[in-house]
Design a protein around this ligand. Structure first.
Ligand SMILES: Cc1ncc(COP(=O)(O)O)c(C=O)c1O
Length: 344
């Protein structure tokens, strides 16, 4: 599929090959690139029953000179291993996997789209033992698939997405798996998401599990608030938020630009009051899929937590997005060494 053809959407169009590697007898076996296609698995396979599964997601970007760079793959592979540790799964050799992913991209190089489309890299590890018993599986399959994805920005409204806080369900509790990228977290989020969309919202904002008092993150993105002249975002220390690579990149860009940044617990009540006082200037979400997503409204029950009264996204939201996307697509220098060239 050539890049300029019609919008592929997200996660629907796959390239012809995938990487597969099995783990048995305490070691990863040789990785193989094979045709993209189904696995045959016993109905008793552990992953079907006990959700011992983790995954990752990052992108490769076509550069102006025609070469291709992945964006911070090492961060994602380190996070994959952190998730593996949390779910009692074997870590991968990150350097070897990075090289394997390069080989896979090279193999499917005719499917790397032109900007603004990108190639989404989806590594995934599943438990493959076939015993119906809660236990860490002695065998695993690691695989990587590639998807041609479109450019996402702001949803249907240019001002961004509408959100509501979730005051009943929680995404992750202290000591839980919130900081790991495991499928179970996403399965547990579906009921809240379903309710929110029935109420006309695009997504929910998760609150802390103990008190439902502090903002945590969104279903697939971290969240940032521009409070007066400071960008504020929830901290990672509690272990219930996914440490987003986009979040980290934006914080680095903001700090390099001498913008005031705070990573701290943010009470919903503080935001409601700041919004009333006109101090909450912008709110945006960040994650690999959409990079930066403007937020136009957040409701907390019947209270307005934030509303964008302009007819366009905030200035800082737009500027940050442009800055990061320009680095990713190789249109701007890469002072932090985030681009990783894929030998084609
Ligand atoms: C729950 C959750 N939070 C945050 C993020 C953003 O992380 P990243 O910027 O690494 O894509 C994601 C996406 O991976 C996510 O699924």
């Amino acid at each position: 599929m050539a890049g300029k053809e019609k919008d592929p959407g997200f996660g629907k169009v796959f390239t012809p090959h995938m990487l597969v590697q099995h783990y048995r007898n305490g070691a990863w076996q040789r990785s193989r690139i094979v045709r993209f296609g189904p696995f045959t698995l016993s109905p008793a396979t552990v992953v079907f029953h006990y959700a011992q599964e983790i995954f990752e997601g990052f992108k490769a970007y076509r550069q102006p000179d025609g070469c291709v760079c992945m964006f911070r793959p090492d961060r994602n592979l380190a996070r994959l291993n952190a998730s593996a540790t949390r779910l009692c799964m074997p870590p991968v050799d990150t350097k070897a996997v990075r090289a394997d992913i390069c080989r896979l991209i090279k193999r499917d190089r005719n499917h790397i789209p032109a900007p603004p489309q990108t190639l989404y890299v989806r590594p995934c590890m599943i438990a493959t033992d076939t015993v119906i018993k809660v236990h860490p599986s002695p065998t695993y399959t690691f695989f990587v698939i590639l998807s041609v994805v479109g450019d996402y920005f702001g949803g249907e409204d240019p001002r961004g997405v509408r959100l509501c806080t979730e005051t009943e369900y929680v995404r992750a509790a202290p000591g839980g798996t919130g900081a790991a990228k495991c499928g179970g977290n996403y399965a547990a989020s579906l009921a809240a998401q379903h309710h929110a969309s029935r109420g006309g919202f695009d997504q929910v904002v998760w609150l802390d599990a103990r008190e439902r008092k502090y903002v945590e993150e969104m279903g697939g993105m971290n969240i940032m608030f521009v409070l007066d002249d400071t960008v504020v975002t929830p901290p990672l220390e509690g272990g219930s938020i996914l440490p987003g690579v986009t979040r980290d990149s934006l914080l680095q860009l903001l700090r390099a630009g001498r913008r005031k940044v705070e990573e701290r617990c943010i009470p919903v009540a503080e935001l409601v009051a700041a919004n009333k006082a006109g101090r909450l200037k912008e709110v945006f979400a960040c994650g690999t899929a959409a990079v930066v997503t403007p937020i136009r409204e957040i409701m907390h029950g019947k209270q307005v937590l934030y509303r964008n009264r302009r007819d366009k996204p905030g200035e800082l939201t737009m500027r940050l997005r442009q800055q990061l996307v320009d680095i990713q697509f190789g249109r701007a220098p890469d002072p932090f060494g985030w681009r990783y060239p894929v030998p084609l």
